[in-house]
Design a protein around this ligand. Structure first.
Ligand SMILES: NC(=O)c1ccc[n+]([C@@H]2O[C@H](COP(=O)([O-])OP(=O)(O)OC[C@H]3O[C@@H](n4cnc5c(N)ncnc54)[C@H](O)[C@@H]3O)[C@@H](O)[C@H]2O)c1
Length: 337
């Protein structure tokens, strides 16, 4: 049994707290929001973020970061990505040498182009930082529907320790040494999910969706491999797996925001209507900057940026994607001379 501190009490932090408690671990959950802590203590359910999932009486909810961090075997960092660095900074002085932190959020910092684990390592250099990612909507994990994820860690020992901590009959966990690949897949898929939502909002069909998913993972893998991620990761659960679920699911806030934009709403109107952090909007600019930095072609990412930030008409963006210069599907495949 492990003593686990979950930092962030949104949908995903709450779903993981319930999952880990059921696995027999001791769970303390921290939130920055006093009202959220009060609601969780009184209701034993996150009424707005994960309704219907009852939380046990001996799960601790607190607004005191020090007590949530100290003497925990593992910390799960589950705040939305725009708050990761600031939260890590606040935690830093309470984190012990070698304490394991698992980042479960997805995103890239626009200003530094750093992944979340890189940001956490900068703020908390003494921590052993790992990541958990994969096709895993909180609503379905909360309902105990079979789900698979990947733990990325620097050492096999930490990866296997965390694998055993998370694994259950309904939550299967694989391990990987490719932390960067795992994180890039999880963050960049949100940008493609916006595109998939836009296509849905425009009334396009399954052919269009399949094209965006397939060409989307080609873009993600092209950039990811150039940055040092491994191709096997992009064809796995945290790459194509997470992309499929995000582009297809009714639970995806990125897809939903895209849908509203495809229906004619502005980016701000769409974000206001979704009422949650739409991480793809933040990652879109970072993805375009990374594509430029590494000299990689990312046409879908580029069109999403034009729609979000330059007011380009979504239908025109799709037209431009369809009428790009002609190419082969995979540059590495050649005819025999
Ligand atoms: N929801 C999912 O299905 C799911 C699944 C896998 C990964 N993720 C990732 O997990 C991360 C969290 O997602 P979520 O769905 O729980 O988000 P969410 O929108 O439900 O999170 C909101 C919570 O974040 C916390 N918060 C709000 N403002 C904060 C601040 N300024 N500082 C610190 N904490 C603050 C509060 O506890 C709030 O309830 C995201 O990066 C997301 O991509 C989510």
């Amino acid at each position: 049994m492990a003593n686990v501190g979950i930092i962030g009490a949104g949908s995903w932090g709450t779903a993981l707290s319930s999952l880990l408690y059921d696995n027999g671990h001791q769970v303390t959950v921290w939130s920055i929001d006093e009202n959220e802590v009060r609601m969780l203590n009184e209701e034993r359910e996150h009424k707005t973020k994960l309704p219907g999932v009852k939380l046990p009486d001996d799960m601790i909810f607190t607004g005191d970061l020090e007590s949530a961090v100290t003497e925990k075997d593992v910390l799960i960092l589950a705040v939305p990505s725009p708050f990761t660095r600031a939260t890590a900074k606040k935690m830093a002085s309470y984190v012990a040498e070698g304490q394991i932190i698992v980042d479960v959020a997805k995103g890239i910092e626009e200003s530094s182009l750093k992944t979340l684990s890189q940001q956490i390592e900068e703020e908390i250099p003494q921590a052993d930082v790992a990541v958990l990612s994969g096709p895993s909507h909180a609503e379905e994990v909360g309902r105990r529907l079979p789900t698979t994820c990947v733990i990325g860690a620097k050492s096999k020992e930490t990866a296997e320790y965390l694998q055993k901590m998370f694994i259950s009959k309904v939550f299967r966990v694989y391990t990987s040494p490719d932390i960067l690949g795992v994180e890039l897949g999880g963050s960049l898929k949100n940008v493609i999910a916006l595109a998939a939502g836009i296509a849905d909002g425009l009334g396009y069909g399954d052919n269009t969706k399949a094209a965006l998913i397939t060409r989307g993972i080609a873009e993600i893998a092209r950039l990811g491999v150039k940055m040092g991620g491994k191709i096997q990761t992009f064809t796995g659960l945290t790459g194509i797996g997470d992309l499929i679920v995000t582009c297809a699911s009714m639970h995806s806030r990125n897809r939903k925001a895209g849908y509203l934009i495809g229906q004619g709403k502005s980016m701000q109107e769409a974000m206001d209507e979704v009422k949650m952090v739409v991480e793809g909007v933040y990652s879109a600019k970072a993805a375009a900057a990374l594509a430029k930095k590494y000299g990689v072609s990312m046409p879908i990412v580029s069109e999403v940026n034009a729609v979000l930030f330059e007011g380009k008409n979504p239908a025109e963006a799709v037209d431009d994607l369809m009428q790009r210069e002609l190419r082969s599907e995979a540059a590495a495949l050649l005819w025999e001379e």
